[in-house]
Each structure stands twice: as C-alpha cells, then as structure tokens.
Design a protein around this ligand. Structure first.
Ligand SMILES: Nc1ncnc2c1ncn2[C@@H]1O[C@H](COP(=O)(O)OP(=O)(O)OP(=O)(O)O)[C@@H](O)[C@H]1O
Ligand SMILES: [Mg+2]
Length: 371
C-alpha cells in the first residue's frame, strides 16, 4: 500500500518533469500511468480521507492530460481552461461581484447574522471595536449548499470589493504565473483596504492547498507557500484591517490544524432541512408557470438529501422540459409544470448528500467549528 503510494508519487514527479521539459508524448504516457496507479490506490485504501486525496489527484492529472492531448502549441502561455465539471464555481481570479444578495440565499439566517457581525458592522463603525474584529472566515459544508453563493452575497451586502481565488484552478495552473498572480491579488487587495472600504479575498476550494504531502509534486508547493505567507499577513489575530480573508471547502478534513486555527471564524453551512427545502423550491418555482396540484411540502419531503443546488437543477430541468414541449408541440406558451414533471426531473437527478457525509461534517464541526 505504502509502496504503491510511493510509486505513484515518484511517477507523478516524473510526469511533471517531462511535462515541464515539454516532452508531450512521454508526459501523456506518464500521466496515464500515474492515474492508473491512483485508481488502484482508491480501490485499495480504506481511509476515506486518503481516497478523497487520490481522487483529487486523479482529477487534476486527468485535466492536465486532457490539455496535453487537446493542444500542443500554445500550451505554455495558455490560461487554464474553464473547469467544466464545476459549473457552479467562480472563475480562477475574479474581481467583480456576481449580482446576488442575501435574499437569494434561502435560509442560513444564523450564518448571515454571523457575517453581519464580523464584516458589515465593523466596516461601518470601526470606532466601536477597540479590540479589533475577526478577519479570517472559513465556510465549510457539503457541496451545493451555498458557500460560494454566500460569499458573493456578503460582498454585495457589505459593498465590499471581492477578489476570488479558486484554489483548485490556481493549483492546477501548473507552474510559473500562479505565484505572481497571487502576489498581485493580495497586494492590490491590501492597498484597496487602506481606503477604508472593505475588501474580501475569497479562496474557494481551499482544501486544494493542503493536499496530502506524499502525492503532491511539482510547482504546487511553491504556490502553496506563497499563499500561506500571504494569508499569514492577514490572519495573525483579531486586527483592525478592512481586508477580510474568506475561504470555503467541502472537504474540511483535508485541512491541517495550524491552517484551520488561523481562521478565527469557522462556520458550518449545513444541508437544508425540510422547511428550507420547501422554501428553496418556492424560491425557484415561483419564477415558473406551475400547476395548482403542486404540493411543495410533499416534494420537500421527497427531496431529503437534495442540496439546494440539486433542487435548483431539478427546477431548471423542469423548466427546460416545459419549453421544449412548447416548441415541439407548437404551443403558445410552456405548459404548466406539474408534480409529475418535477418527479420526473428528480428521477434524473439523484440526491448528492448522504447521511454518512453529513455525519462527517457534523463531527468536524463539533471539533473545529467556531461560528
Ligand atoms: N441557500 C441557497 N438558497 C438558494 N439557492 C442556493 C442555496 N445554496 C445553493 N444554491 C444554489 O446552488 C448553486 C450552487 O451553490 P454554491 O456554489 O454556493 O455551493 P457551494 O456550497 O459553494 O458548493 P461547493 O462545495 O460544490 O463549492 C447556487 O448558485 C444556487 O443556485
Ligand atoms: Mg463553492
């Protein structure tokens, strides 16, 4: 097992070396081998944390492999292509705020309250905080439950400038520009924060920075160290800066303890309960033409395990079907969406949150949560 892991790590180092040296065909071959070994490791390992790490590595190497296969020429200068399977993530570094407010985030009232206390009040009346305020906030919880959405909404509510760093993309940008880009983001953010207006630097999918050492290779360590030292500058203790560092992860157990402790606030974004699921359904379905037979309570019950993002996708699917029907059958407008339509859409979208994963989040929250 350890043997296999060491082999995977050394093969990975070799693949990256070949990649850096521009030996495309050999690098492709080497990446394939590494992926094969990692797949075996996933099968053999009985630690969920390690399995998660291997999967991450597989995803990263597969992405790189695809890039190499897709184009040869402009590789070195090219930007990382959009990560397609993560359609709900924000771009790698983004300076403008998506136009969402707290009302667009259904439920999570206590989280909003906590963010109001940490960011909005201090930036309005810093004079009332002689002891300072928290500047590092970590949001964690299962995928699709509103972490990224919440940060965008907070930035708008606080009228804060938002810089988004997608850690997954930064780490998979492979070499070179990543450190400089990071440095640039933080130095811009620092000078902006001097003006007295809040600035939020948001590191999405922050677990990518602290992935398991043994299978970590190449230029990633440099990028990570750069980021950690930038973070250290912000997250020392309660201070009086208008520069806030927010981070989000759906795999908090991959973070190491010194890293975790740097965030003064560690807030759990839980999956929605029955009432929240009903409200999320209402939030999205109220924009569509729906039939009178629609029983949201009933649907919310049937949607146990569905994340808000799953629920949104079901509603979206129902909408697409209705419009398709309109065009295909030459109707004047899309037909009303019925219970049967929603259930059909549910059949195509399985719930993404398991009880077992919720238990893992709750345990982590009990140990490290600091709302
Ligand atoms: N509380 C919510 N209320 C309404 N819609 C929500 C809520 N949470 C998530 N959504 C919907 O799901 C989409 C995805 O949510 P978001 O990207 O914030 O999830 P996340 O927690 O960051 O997930 P991940 O861990 O995968 O990054 C949102 O763009 C929104 O459409
Ligand atoms: Mg997210």
């Amino acid at each position: 097992m350890n043997e296999l892991e060491r082999l995977a790590a050394s093969k990975a180092r070799r693949a990256i070396m070949l990649d850096k040296a521009g030996s495309k065909a050999e690098a492709i071959k080497a990446y394939r081998e590494v992926i094969g070994l990692l797949v075996k490791l996933v099968e053999l390992s009985d630690s969920p944390v390690n399995r998660e790490v291997y999967r991450e590595r597989i995803a990263a190497y597969t992405r790189r492999l695809r890039e190499l296969q897709e184009d040869g020429e402009a590789r070195a200068t090219q930007e990382e292509p959009e990560v397609k399977e993560k359609s709900n993530a924000l771009p790698a570094v983004l300076d403008s705020r998506p136009p969402v407010r707290w009302d667009d985030v259904v439920g999570l009232e206590s989280v909003k309250e906590s963010l109001r206390q940490s960011i909005i009040y201090p930036s309005k009346r810093p004079d009332l905080y002689p002891l300072g305020w928290p500047t590092g906030i970590l949001l964690f919880g299962p995928p699709g439950c509103g972490k990224t959405l919440m940060v965008a909404a907070t930035a708008n509510e606080a009228d804060a400038k938002l810089h988004v760093i997608d850690a997954a993309k930064i780490m998979s940008k492979w070499l070179g520009e990543s450190e400089k880009n990071l440095q640039r983001v933080f130095s811009t953010a620092r000078s902006e924060a001097m003006s007295g207006k809040p600035v939020i630097v948001f590191i999405d999918e922050v677990d990518w920075l602290t992935v398991h050492r043994q299978v970590e290779v190449g230029g990633e360590a440099r990028v990570r160290n750069q980021l950690l030292s930038e973070m250290d500058g912000i997250l020392t203790k309660f201070n009086r800066s208008f520069l806030f560092l927010m981070a989000a992860t759906n795999k908090p157990w991959l973070l190491d303890e010194p890293f975790i402790r740097r965030f003064q606030k560690r807030i759990y974004i839980p999956p929605p309960g029955l009432e929240e699921r009903r409200r999320i359904l209402e939030h999205y379905l109220s924009k569509l033409r729906t039939s009178r037979d629609l029983d949201l309570n009933r649907l919310a019950e049937e949607m146990e395990g569905y994340s808000p993002h799953d629920i949104f996708s079901v509603c979206l699917d129902a909408q697409l079907e209705a419009v398709k029907k309109m065009f295909e059958e030459g109707l004047e407008e899309p037909p009303e969406i019925t219970m049967a339509d929603i259930r059909r859409a549910m059949g195509r979208r399985r719930p993404s949150i398991s009880r077992e994963s919720v238990r893992m989040f709750e345990e982590w929250n009990a140990r490290f949560g600091a709302p």
